[in-house]
Design a protein around this ligand. Sequence first.
Ligand SMILES: [Fe+2]
Length: 350
Amino acid sequence: MSTTTTTTASTTTITTEPPKSKYTGANRMTFDGNPTSYNDFRDALSRDGYAVIKGAIPRDRAEKYADAFLGYMEGFNLGYDRHNPSTVRRDKLPVLNEKGMIQSYGVTHEQWVWDIRGEEGVIEAFAKVYDDEDLIVSFDVVNVGFVNREDLPENKPWPHQDQDPAKPGFRCLQGLVNLHPSGPNDGGLIVCKGGHNLSAQFHAEMADEPRIPAWTPEWFGFTDNGMKWLADHGLQWEKVCCDPGDLIVWDSRVPHYNVPPTGSVDRLAVYTCYMPVKEASKGDLVRKRDAFERRLGTTHWPNAVHVAPTNIATRDGKPCPVARERPVQEPVLNERTMKLTGIPYLEAMA
Ligand SMILES: [Fe+2]
């Protein structure tokens, strides 16, 4: 922080200027396919379309978040007990989709989820990519991949990209914080390494391929023919292995999905995606503020491209008996996390 001292005949005024940011925007990643030399995770991200940031969250805090996640599911008092595998049953758990996502109950605004979003090591990874610390964060969901999921719907591969093929080029960096050990046999993210660099070619050459129905244009599913194209062009799929507290980031153009565990460890992950606030319009920030105030989710898009219509979970066609509109623990945000909602930036525009 720098200070300026101005002295006149009768008064002395000391003006404190805000600290200069080390992020200027001049070193923002371009994702143009050319090799980079950052000498950190950004080189892998540029080359492979994904990267692991080791220890983005210190191990002890990652274990605390895992405990909070498991305690959250136990706290519905439906019968789930982390120490009793026989309780991994639909009727004893909050509603999960077949991919393991808890999408309702206001989970995206629980204090422990916000604490993860506010972790400096997580924010810093995105700040480095964009060379910008003025970021907003998605209100995205959490994911649990149980080992013992006998009566849960099967998690089949759904290779996809989270970006409209009609809007090519780099647009979004997705992320997830991993909270349990995730080795080759454990559940987690699997990516088509390098797929981002062939994305434009793929969509040009496969333009006539019938589309898999999608609820949003910002989702594109890869058909068997599409998978064959990727393989024919030498691309390979890789399960991303990581430790508790590691952050995985990936370019939204990279084909990906998640695989269920085949070992003995449940998968726990929290999706975290940030973008520069300057890339959001005023309308985006208004929509985002409304989502925050109503404790709704936004998918992975930080600029609230989509806002969930409700937090009420549906179980077997009816509202879940333990459905709720708002989180169990209402979030108390600090200055840093409040900025990530975009609200202070919106207020500054007024
Ligand atoms: Fe995805």
